[in-house]
Design a protein around this ligand. Sequence first.
Ligand SMILES: Nc1ncnc2c1ncn2[C@@H]1O[C@H](COP(=O)(O)OP(=O)(O)OP(=O)(O)O)[C@@H](O)[C@H]1O
Ligand SMILES: Nc1nc2c(c(=O)[nH]1)N=C(CO)CN2
Length: 174
Amino acid sequence: MSRAVLGLGSNLGDRLAHLRDAVAALDDVLVLASGVYETPPWGDAEQPHYLNAVVLAVEPGAPPRRWLDRAQRLETAAGRVRDRERQFGPRTLDVDVIAVWDEQDEPVISDNPELTLPHPRAHLRAFVMRPWIDLQPYGEIPGQGWLTDLLQAEPARADVPDVRARPDLTLESR
Ligand SMILES: Nc1ncnc2c1ncn2[C@@H]1O[C@H](COP(=O)(O)OP(=O)(O)OP(=O)(O)O)[C@@H](O)[C@H]1O
Ligand SMILES: Nc1nc2c(c(=O)[nH]1)N=C(CO)CN2
């Protein structure tokens, strides 16, 4: 089984609908989905707040690249328009491949710019790690450490109080 943790984010349009559509399209591989979190923009302050969530997915025999293809197809389906001038700018849907484990359950480590694994900024982002803890309280970012420790470390710790659970919002669309 190839296992992946995917991060979902949206701050344009119907944010919850974008997340729900993505989760519905992952139905064949979905194992668990986190709660929904309202989060201030990271990396570029001049934009609306995001809704973020994290999912755990499995697919027998999937090479790491397949997770990226899938992520990018979901972004396209949500009508995402890329602004080359603005790396961390607003978007209808962002799907990041946060970490992948191979068939032997070994973490995939790669510095390929097309698909860097684990995601090179995941350990700095409370908006990724906090929802991930919903799924795996003892989860670990390969090569970085335990989620609980990373969330206590600067600079992620400063963002934790602003990453707010939205129990009124759920990812199931049914
Ligand atoms: N782990 C990864 N997950 C998703 N994209 C990745 C990853 N590693 C490298 N990339 C590459 O990053 C490129 C830019 O992706 P994207 O536009 O989603 O970045 P971003 O959302 O602006 O920034 P960030 O990745 O920090 O959220 C993609 O074309 C993709 O090939
Ligand atoms: N809170 C939050 N901030 C972001 C997010 C995101 O998903 N959530 N995605 C970004 C894309 O690079 C940039 N900044």
